[in-house]
Write a protein that binds this ligand. Structure first.
Ligand code: C2E
Ligand code: MG
Ligand code: MG
Ligand code: MG
Length: 278
């Protein structure tokens, strides 16, 4: 009987693995087609200064619009793009497209910043700084309004290489942010050695405020630490007024989240009613 059960278990796992592998292969092929057919688009989520409810910037978030009109979320295809190396090409498109968007915003007189996510493979590519530099030149965008977001895990492996890469990026005049802060193996010792400008508090610590006392302590500790280290701090995933009040009381003034706005396509941004920093 034990043997039979073992066999079933084996079959079960084998089918699961097979489906996962087929799924990946399918996504990989579709991603190649998506690049050829230009099925990607960028959405932009407002970053709000809660002291006066002004719009101070955006985060660029990729979307994949399939020919059948389904919108595939990045969590479903970025990992495949990453493991197949397709992210290098897609990543370059993201940066170019986002910088063009920012240049258009600036040409309207809006002094907004733009945050762009980098994946691990992109960050580890030593051609990245030159690629970004060329896009900055080509689009004429002011690099001091550009923010590149990386995650803690990207900084952990070869820290000397990571510091070198961060410095190369900083030389371009852009700023650097640690995304999903608090979810990785944050070593405070490392944090001090990395030339970063901003911490983004992960949504997982924000979502249960004000019910979860623990999370409130964690968030206020991160904010206090950021202040002490002279880093900017941004809260992500803000969905309620109570969360806004809590962040305000703790002096975290820049936030992102559905409470203010979902990520939107560029043409939808004009419907927003925020005052935009000029
Ligand atoms: P992230 O960089 O931490 O982005 C924040 C995610 O939280 C976005 O999901 C955003 O839509 C979502 N979000 C914002 N406010 C709220 C809120 O109030 N409530 C909830 N429940 N969610 C909120 P999205 O766009 O699905 O992106 C997921 C992740 O995929 C991103 O996490 C980022 O790691 C990655 N990603 C997205 N766009 C890009 C890109 O252009 N390049 C790279 N390399 N990664 C990207
Ligand atoms: Mg991000
Ligand atoms: Mg984030
Ligand atoms: Mg996140």
């Amino acid at each position: 009987e034990a043997k039979a059960r073992g066999k079933n278990t084996y079959r079960f796992f084998s089918r699961e693995l097979n489906e996962a592998a087929t799924d990946r292969l399918l996504i990989e092929n579709q991603l190649r087609e998506a690049i050829r057919e230009q099925q990607f688009l960028m959405y932009y989520q407002p970053k709000i200064d809660i002291q006066d409810d002004t719009l101070v910037g955006y985060e660029a978030l990729i979307r994949w619009l399939r020919p059948d009109n389904t919108l595939v979320p990045p969590a479903r295809f970025i990992p495949v793009a990453e493991s197949t190396g397709l992210i290098v090409k897609i990543g370059e498109w993201i940066i170019l497209e986002s910088c063009r968007f920012l240049a258009r915003q600036h040409s309207r007189g809006y002094a907004v910043s733009l945050s762009i996510n980098l994946s691990a493979r992109q960050f580890n590519d030593n051609r990245l700084p030159t690629m970004i530099e060329q896009i900055i030149q080509r689009t004429g965008v002011d690099p001091s309004y550009l923010v590149f977001e990386i995650t803690e895990s990207m900084l952990m492996g070869d820290t000397d290489a990571a510091i070198k890469q961060l410095n190369q990026l900083k030389r371009l005049g852009v700023s650097l942010s640690i995304d999903d802060f608090g979810t990785g193996y944050s070593s405070l010792n490392y944090l001090k050695r990395f030339p970063v400008d901003e911490l983004k508090i992960d949504r997982s610590f924000v979502k249960d405020i004000p019910e979860d006392r623990n999370d409130m302590d964690i968030v206020s500790a991160i904010i206090a630490m950021a202040q002490k280290m002279q880093l900017r701090v941004v809260a992500e995933g803000v969905e309620s007024e109570a969360q806004v009040d809590f962040l305000k009381q703790n002096a975290c003034y820049v936030v992102q989240g559905y409470y203010y706005s979902m990520p939107l396509a560029e043409q939808e941004l004009s419907h927003l009613t925020f005052t935009i920093k000029t």
